[in-house]
Design a protein. Structure first.
Length: 123
């Protein structure tokens, strides 16, 4: 198992992307409201990442788009019985640990939603 330390700036970006994706997963694109993922994994969330991060990454690789990311978050929420907030944390952790090449896509999705809601885009 690979363990990595996340720099605080990276963690800030994770939380920013999490908040934006959570909005879509929880309320839909048209009626999105501000929400924030906590960025921490519970034992159940960690177990989901260990067991299913490969599937999360494969699905993102097959659907590398805004709707694809939203679908992955919704799928994690449904299959893992997670809240939208927790599902975002699981997807972020899965990507960071198993397929970091897709992290820029998660950042871009988060930036799109923040911009669409009139929020600021973190650099």
């Amino acid at each position: 198992m690979i363990h990595s330390t996340v720099h605080w700036r990276t963690a800030r970006k994770i939380l920013g992307a999490s908040a934006a994706v959570l909005v879509v997963a929880g309320t839909g694109i048209a009626a999105a409201t501000e929400a924030h993922a906590d960025g921490y994994l519970s034992g159940r969330e960690s177990a989901y990442v260990v067991n299913y991060s490969g599937i999360v990454c494969d699905t993102i690789a097959n659907h590398p788009s805004l709707p694809g990311v939203v679908g992955v978050v919704q799928g994690v929420a449904d299959t893992g019985h997670f809240t939208g907030d927790d599902a975002v944390d699981v997807v972020n952790a899965s990507v960071l640990t198993s397929c970091p090449e897709w992290w820029p896509l998660l950042e871009a999705v988060g930036a799109q939603f923040r911009a669409a809601q009139g929020g600021s885009v973190m650099a």
